[in-house]
Ligand binder design. Structure first.
Ligand SMILES: Cc1ncc(COP(=O)(O)O)c(C=O)c1O
Length: 379
């Protein structure tokens, strides 16, 4: 049996008729920039969050960097984020003229550690940029309290967490703005790149709309120098039928996570992901921890099971961020779990129970053989 890490074709096939129609309509109208599909998508997206504004942009890197630009950071202004995230989270800070300040994560949750955040605050700190990693939620209550105490703006990176709830309300609605990614493999994926900013803040929404469209308020009225970072009409049209299915697809991810939990909870060599009690996760990724994960990944590959590493190292160890001078040992928890233990198992809405059975049976087989080998080496 083959079980890929992710199956986007199954998603397409479920919504094929509507997607094909959307594609055809856009082509026949030759309307590719802005217009009705983008408006419609933004309206439904904002209402799915219960917020006033959703502004489509070209990707989540743009969403994050434009929201940060709206803060008019001055040279030396600092933005605190997690060291265990995709590179774009940190890149966005630099793109907006800020200084990246990394923090370590909590071992049990993989999320930014509020204690580390508090310790990283300086007189130059302007904003907190927590990431709801893997479709789980950060400790929002603690982070919002820190932001309030130190007069900081909190912006939520929800690239991996569209639909995730904290205390029953979507993440992305707690900070000044939430930033979304529609990278194809995200819970809501485009046929290419896409992103959005969701917010109740009129000023942020206005700035994002203007900046992403060459800094203009109308066709020939350029107020600021911006960029071309708009969401394509075609992507918006294609994503509408997917957006309408997202709640149901996220529910199916929760079902798959429950199948994993039922089958692996008693395997003591495997540590399962732990959402905090306030969180209703959307399981963008299902990440387990185990000793010797590289050998397990190889074993699973040979048995037809796709796995992934999100991410193989924390950002402080990437050459791109070397100038921050945070050598190995600076973030012990993230450095240990990323390089030694984490492994992403197959996770997508169309994952079937027998496929989870197969993955879990292979993991059990590997663990048994590993234990046997250890007994041979150390009698
Ligand atoms: C946590 C996180 N933030 C930001 C991004 C950037 O998203 P995009 O690829 O849409 O620019 C990603 C995507 O990889 C991500 O996973």
């Amino acid at each position: 049996m083959q079980v890929p890490l992710c199956d986007l074709t199954a998603q397409y096939l479920e919504a094929k008729e509507e997607i094909d129609t959307a594609f055809h309509e856009a082509a026949m109208k030759s309307a590719f920039i802005g217009g009705e599909p983008v408006k419609k998508f933004e309206t439904e997206l904002a209402s799915s969050f219960g917020l006033k504004h959703a502004v489509g942009v070209s990707n989540c890197t743009a969403a994050l960097s434009i929201v940060l630009k709206s803060l008019a950071l001055q040279p030396g202004d600092e933005v605190i984020t997690t060291v265990h995230t995709a590179a774009p989270t940190a890149e966005a800070i630099t793109l907006a003229g800020g200084r990246i300040v990394f923090c370590d994560i909590e071992e049990a949750t993989f999320q930014i550690d509020p204690k580390a955040v508090e310790a990283a605050i300086t007189p130059r700190t302007r904003a907190l940029l927590p990431v709801h990693l893997y479709g789980l939620s950060v400790r929002l209550r603690e982070l919002l309290a820190i932001a309030e105490k130190h007069h900081l703006i909190l912006i939520e990176d929800c690239a991996q967490a569209q639909g995730t709830l904290y205390d029953g309300k979507p993440v992305g609605t707690y900070g000044a703005a939430g930033c979304l990614s529609f990278f194809p493999s995200k819970n809501l994926g485009a046929f290419g790149d896409g992103g959005a900013v969701v917010t109740d803040n009129d000023e942020i929404a206005r700035f994002v709309r203007m900046y992403s469209n060459h800094g203009r308020q109308s066709k020939f009225d350029h107020t600021i120098q911006g960029a071309n970072e708009r969401l394509d009409a075609l992507q918006a049209a294609i994503m509408l039928p997917k957006l309408r299915r997202l709640a149901q697809w996220n529910e199916r991810r929760r079902q798959a996570a429950e199948w994993y939990r039922q089958r692996l909870a008693d395997v003591e060599e495997v540590r399962l992901p732990q959402p905090i009690p306030e969180c209703t996760p959307t399981w963008h990724l299902y990440v387990i921890r185990t000793e010797g994960r590289d050998a397990l990944a190889k074993f699973l590959k040979d048995k037809g099971v796709g796995t992934g590493l999100h991410y193989p190292m924390p950002l402080n160890l990437q050459p791109a961020f070397a100038s921050l001078n945070k050598p190995a040992g600076s973030f012990p928890v993230a450095e240990w779990v990323t390089q030694q233990e984490i492994l992403s198992l197959p996770m997508y809405p169309h994952l079937r129970e027998e496929q989870v059975d197969h993955v879990c049976a292979q993991i059990r087989e590997y663990i048994v053989s590993m234990i046997r080998q250890k007994r041979i080496v150390k009698p």
